[in-house]
Design a protein around this ligand. Structure first.
Ligand code: SF4
Length: 694
């Protein structure tokens, strides 16, 4: 009998600590090799994955709790935190204590964190950094399809498509093994269209690049839809059988004639027509979106417009075709299903739904009336910290908002205004360095738990290495705090026990995990949700949930008219350039992990500002000059990188260092509460000393 069969939670076969591809890998005595059995990567890894073992032996690893910077015992740290929580609650009520989670936490941790907030703390104030990642796409597809599963098809379907339009995604840098699916698609004669303001490595491999002006993806999608209808590519039989609302959408795009869209987006009409022809003539076609199209104050409507395009072409719910959003964070999918979001309960249930409250309260053994209601969304929560009406204490797990939050300088000042900041992390991130109490946690391959990748495939992250003495799992930390708050028995620290409770809490919900067990995941290399528990034959899981019907009450996809509007902050005389941000190959999210790995920092050591040669000449900037970028919220410096792959009116900065998010506009999408990370107005100048650093 294999080791995995004996105990599925322990073994060398595990998954990468970083992005939502969740590449399979073996971790053996500090060596990493890729797994062949996980379809997402099938033997491939990127540089981040290959070097991930360095995290396990990082000299910067925390192994002792810190109280105001000094090492203390676990009892001292947890006693202090519990006493301060009680004092804040006594003085200001339960909503004065807030919780902030992360899209990289395992399903078990995300679930337990949501339960801890509502049951142990009785607070409504919980949200997580995934709000900054997936919320616009999630809101749009929940509205259209009644269910938010990033890719509602296996990733291997991409390789068999005849055409893919990818708006705002740069997988060649963010998740390189994804490229093999696009390459296979193109090798089979398929064609790739990429929408991006930059000629990214992904755009370079495309057959057609639509170099859109930042903040105008929505207008582009409306224009593509206008052309698709005008040129006869609308699948009227499919629309009649599987959708509602097409006539209203048709009317709404009638004013978005191609020449008008060209003026707004900068994309030539001929290129738009070619993109529509590629999609319209393909037998199997896909429309995908990433953060570039989604992280805007109109991100929900932008995704809705791309979904409307896909529906008009008859793609979603057809085998080999579809619409999908490519999730970013490691557990970005599972992280939004189990209740760490301000408006949700486990199973992707709504917290204001009486039936959902009754079901989850029964699993948790509490009165539904004792469950708090919806709380503030992520940015609104951070913005309220330490204010007279906002939370006075914050417990933070798996997030580094000092670097990753929009308008980060302001968020840092809000964190400073707290009476109590507690951070659970395995290194001293920029946010942990500010904390009253730092709790050293185990990481990734040192613990077991489940992750749900970008396909909706639930995977088992096995414990492949022993944690250092002194570190505890987040589940153990929550258990320790719950004990001190008088409800320890409700918070088991064993991941499998937590998962079994999660299964019961999710049963009957949209994201139903009740039929998934650790043994099944191990035996089947992952199980697609929804997967309800059955009395007879086990449910097989659902790789393609929309083949017969969508998850709406009438089974039809809902088409909703949307309209374009300019960015929340447009360029003007004082700030004449668009500023956008993204990731680079060597780093992940706020860089708290990857900036501690030598080969990655050597490959990409510091923040840079990418600008076009024409702009550089006009501003007197040479490659390697230190430049300063300003917006209405602050200033940040970086090294100038001059190349023609970016539009002359646009600047790009990576967000893995403190910098670009000092500048970003926190304007929120009215539906998803997503901040406008991807565009704001900025100005650039060469630093006075003109220091040349490269
Ligand atoms: Fe795979 Fe993403 Fe890890 Fe790279 S970072 S190895 S793409 S999971």
């Amino acid at each position: 009998m294999s080791q995995a069969a004996a105990d599925p939670t322990v073994g060398s076969a595990t998954h990468c600590p970083y992005c939502a591809l969740q590449c399979g890998m073996y971790v053996r005595e500090g060596e990493i090799t890729p797994r062949e059995d996980i379809p997402a990567n099938a033997g491939g890894l990127c540089q981040k994955g290959w070097t991930a073992a360095e995290l396990l032996t990082s000299p910067e690893r925390l192994t002792t709790p810190l109280l105001h910077g000094s090492p203390v015992s676990w009892d001292e740290a947890l006693d202090y935190v519990a006493a301060r929580i009680e004092a804040v609650r006594a003085g200001h009520g339960p909503d004065a204590v807030a919780v902030f989670g992360g899209g990289g936490l395992t399903n078990e941790k995300a679930y337990q964190l949501g339960k801890f907030a509502r049951v142990a703390l009785r607070t409504s104030q919980i949200d997580y950094n995934g709000r900054f990642c997936m919320s616009s796409a999630a809101a749009a597809v929940n509205r259209a399809f009644g269910m938010d599963r990033g890719l509602p098809f296996p990733i291997t379907d991409v390789a068999r498509a005849d055409a893919v339009l990818f708006a705002g995604g740069n997988v060649a840098e963010t998740m390189p093994p994804f490229v093999r699916h696009l390459t296979a698609m193109r090798s089979g004669g398929g064609r790739l269209v990429v929408v991006d303001p930059r000629l990214t490595p992904t755009a370079k491999m495309a057959d057609l690049h639509l170099q859109v002006t930042p903040g105008t993806d929505l207008a582009l999608a409306l224009g593509l839809l206008h052309i698709a209808i005008a040129d006869g590519y609308a699948d009227l039989d499919y629309l009649a059988a599987r959708t509602t609302g097409f006539e209203a959408v048709r009317t709404s795009v009638s004013a978005w004639w191609p020449e008008r869209v060209e003026r707004v987006t900068g994309v030539p009409v001929a290129r738009m027509r070619e993109a529509v022809r590629i999609l319209g003539e393909a037998e199997r076609a896909m429309v995908l979106t990433g953060r570039g199209a989604e992280q805007h104050a109109k991100g929900t409507d932008t995704v809705t417009a791309f979904v409307n395009l896909a529906l008009t072409l008859g793609l979603p719910g057809r085998a080999g075709s579809g619409y999908g959003c490519v999730t970013g964070q490691g557990n970005g999918q599972g992280g939004r299903e189990h209740g760490q979001k301000a408006d949700q309960l486990p199973g992707y249930r709504k917290i204001d739904d009486p039936a959902a409250r009754a079901h989850v309260a029964a699993v948790w053994g509490i009165d539904p009336a004792d469950l708090p209601g919806p709380g503030r969304s992520a940015y609104e929560l951070l913005d309220a910290l330490g204010t007279p009406e906002g939370p006075k204490a914050l417990l933070l797990f798996g997030s580094n908002p000092v670097v990753s939050a929009p308008r980060a300088g302001h968020v840092t000042r809000r964190l400073e205004a707290l009476d109590l900041l507690v951070v659970s992390d395995f290194v001293l991130s920029e946010t942990a360095a500010m904390a009253d109490v730092v709790l050293p946690t185990t990481q990734w391959a040192e613990e077991s738990g489940t992750m749900t990748n970008l396909e909706g495939r639930v995977l088992l992250r096995r414990q492949a290495a022993a944690p250092p003495p002194g570190a505890r799992t987040d589940l153990e930390i929550l258990r320790g705090l719950a004990e001190r708050l008088g409800c320890g028995e409700k918070f088991p620290a064993d991941p499998r026990t937590v998962f079994d409770e999660l299964r019961r809490a999710s049963a009957g919900g949209v994201a139903d995990y009740s039929g998934i067990t650790y043994e099944r995941i191990a035996a089947e290399t992952g199980v697609f949700w929804p997967c309800p528990e059955t009395r007879g034959e086990p449910h097989p899981g659902t790789p393609r949930p929309f083949l017969d019907r969508f998850a709406t009450p009438d089974g039809r996809a809902r088409m909703v008219p949307v309209d374009h509007r300019p960015p929340a902050e447009d360029v003007d005389e004082e700030f004449p350039l668009y500023l956008t941000s993204g990731r680079v190959l060597a780093h992940y999210q706020s860089g708290a992990q990857t900036r501690r790995i030598r080969p990655l920092t050597q490959a990409s050591p510091e923040v840079f500002v990418e600008l076009h040669p024409d702009l550089a000449e006009r501003l007197g900037v040479a490659p390697g000059d230190r430049v300063r970028v300003r917006s209405r919220r602050g200033a940040a410096e970086g090294v100038a990188r001059v190349n023609a792959s970016i539009r002359p009116d646009t600047l790009f900065m990576p967000f893995h260092w403190e910098g670009v998010n000092l500048l970003t506009n926190p304007a929120l999408d009215p539906t998803s509460r997503m901040p406008e990370f991807k565009v704001c107005a900025a100005a650039l100048e060469r630093c006075e000393d003109g220091e040349r650093v490269a």
